[in-house]
Ligand binder design. Structure first.
Ligand code: CP
Length: 324
């Protein structure tokens, strides 16, 4: 999915990536930034052809290693279900309870997993660039399941898939992304993807969670400091969690945040009537959105999780050269 020529690390991956020119393993999916619209559409079209209820045994005898250094429910669960339903065996390695706790390096863990027979590694890691580093040193594809504040490509792809099921096209769609954008790999990947297809994106949040420099992520990005302005007339609202685990040293008063940025029924009414409410999860009801908004008819939050399975069927099948 990412070609060797596209292996130049983005700024977010620079320090951990080693030599910029080192090639990554064919089939790896490391981010959205370096994919073009054709590559993205080919994954989305393949996902559309995948039937999660009747998947073909494309990965029979393949071994999928799920290597998670951070907590996950949706990503881990759907990669595992996708792999197993195509006939692969899966092995889960968590940082706690593995030799990572004894100080084993990322690459030594990767070499170990390869040596025990992994055909593909799906990795989530708290540091940007960890999947890239692995893909540069191993001879099997590596799939980024979220690396620090850098990218979460499979989430952006399943979100695009979900939007397309409702809106038919991404071009000129007005999208508001509200919340903790600074810490969000989901936001970064979504911005890269949606802007490649001509969506008009407004980012919304307080300056602590949305610095002005965020507009440099893609051409045409706008920033709004009020939820009312950001949501007016939009087709899609992407709500993000305030990531308490990444807020060390920052002083965010949650009550202020809720008062100014929580997506409420009243604020939702400012968007188009058929606006889609999205959230990558986990959602914190009563913080970034109300209970009513989370469960409203326009909410696609559960559907996003559901769509994670066909999307990850497509990613794994493509990574292992079993589908195009
Ligand atoms: N959206 C997402 O990445 O959820 P998990 O952390 O549960 O995988």
């Amino acid at each position: 999915m990412i070609s060797p020529a596209q292996a130049i690390p983005s700024p977010g991956t620079g320090t951990a990536s080693g030599p910029a020119t080192r090639k990554v393993t064919r089939g790896s999916l490391l981010g959205i930034e370096h994919l073009d619209a054709v590559e993205i559409m080919s994954i989305l079209k393949l996902a559309r052809r995948m039937n999660p209820l009747k998947p073909r045994p494309l990965l029979r005898s393949k071994r999928v290693l799920l290597l998670f250094y951070e907590a996950s429910t949706r990503t881990r669960g759907s990669f595992e279900i996708a792999a197993k339903s195509m006939g692969a065996t899966t092995t889960l390695v968590l940082s706690s309870g593995s030799s990572i706790e004894k100080g084993e390096s990322l690459l030594d863990t990767g070499y170990t997993l390869r040596a025990i027979g992994a055909d593909v590694i799906v990795i989530r890691h708290p540091h940007a660039g960890a999947p890239l580093l692995m893909a540069q040193h191993l001879d099997i594809p590596v799939i980024n399941a979220g690396d620090g504040m850098h990218e979460h490509p499979s989430q952006a792809l399943l979100d695009a898939y979900t939007i397309l099921r409702h809106k038919k096209q991404l071009n000129k769609l007005q999208v508001a992304i509200v919340g903790d954008i600074f810490h969000s790999r989901v936001a970064r990947s979504a911005i890269h993807l949606l802007s490649k297809f001509g969506a008009q994106i407004t980012l919304c949040g307080p300056s602590e969670l949305l610095p002005e420099m965020a507009t440099g992520l893609a051409p045409g990005l706008r920033i709004s400091r009020t939820a009312e302005e950001a949501l007016r007339g939009v087709d899609v609202i992407m709500v993000l969690r305030v990531q308490k685990e990444r807020l060390a040293g920052q002083r965010i008063r949650l009550q202020d945040y809720i008062a100014r940025y929580q997506v409420t029924t009243a604020r939702l009414k400012l968007a188009k009537k058929d606006a889609l409410v999205m959230h990558p999860g986990p959602i914190i009801r009563g913080l970034e959105l109300t209970w009513e908004v989370a469960d409203c008819p326009q909410s696609a939050i559960v559907e996003e999780v559901h769509n994670g399975v066909p999307l990850r069927l497509a990613i794994l099948a493509k990574a292992l050269g079993k589908a195009r």
